[in-house]
Design a protein around this ligand. Structure first.
Ligand code: E4P
Length: 217
């Protein structure tokens, strides 16, 4: 499973990248707003840090304007994935941009039928939003299972990018189902390493090594 960081915070991206945990980054207009930076400038900086795909989202709603924005975003760096919303205009833009050789991430997916359309439009990634479905008492993880089955039925190459991840259990469940990629806030990614028994066991080992006077270097 590839790990993408769902943030436009360059310091957090740099930290995860140095840990060797990062395969890419996803941003959206809300995350760009949170960063307080210019979209073109911050996206370029992120692309310079990370080798893998960096999703940058269009803000137009009509296909020709989405394509123009997508081309401008794609010109920032070779590793840009143009993010378009799952609307009919977004699907049209996806097809044109994909055929033009650009990576495309179709976002705001909330049903298996929407995911089927994105695959047929040549999307590189489909982004089903788990947390936002859970927020309205639907089952975000069931959607990941349904899309996995549909894509496997027809050998679609579109990668399932589990998005709107809020908890470490979301990551585990998406990995068990076979999502190709997950994108999560940096805090969730770092939390994957935490376990109270690891902390307790390490404290005991360190206390014993001190008591025994163990030295390695
Ligand atoms: C994905 O690409 C989106 O940016 C993101 O995962 C949305 O997450 P949220 O529902 O927590 O805002």
């Amino acid at each position: 499973m590839k790990f993408f960081a769902d943030t436009a915070d360059v310091d957090a991206i740099r930290e995860l990248n140095e840990l060797g945990l990062l395969d890419g980054v996803t941003t959206n207009p809300s995350l760009i707003m949170k960063s307080g930076r210019d979209i073109l400038e911050v996206t370029k900086e992120i692309c310079d840090i990370v080798d893998g795909p960096v999703s940058a989202e269009v803000i137009a709603t009509e296909s020709d304007a989405m394509i123009a924005e997508g081309k401008k975003l794609a010109a920032i760096a070779d590793n840009i994935a143009v993010k378009v919303p799952l609307t009919l205009d977004g699907l049209k833009a996806c097809k044109v941009l994909s055929e033009d050789g650009h990576m495309v991430n179709v976002t705001l997916c909330f049903s298996a039928n929407q995911a089927l359309l994105a695959a047929k439009a040549g999307a590189t990634f489909i982004s089903p939003f788990i947390g936002r479905l859970d927020d309205i008492n639907l089952d975000g993880m069931e959607l990941i299972s349904e899309i996995r089955q549909v894509y496997d039925n027809y050998a679609f190459e579109t990668q399932i990018l589990a998005a709107s991840i809020r908890t470490v259990n979301h990551v585990k469940d998406a990995a068990m189902i076979g999502a190709d990629v997950m994108t999560a806030p940096p805090g969730v990614i770092k939390s994957l390493a935490s376990h109270p028994l690891t902390d307790k066991g390490l404290a005991a080992f360190l206390a014993d090594s001190k008591a025994a006077g163990i030295k390695i270097l």
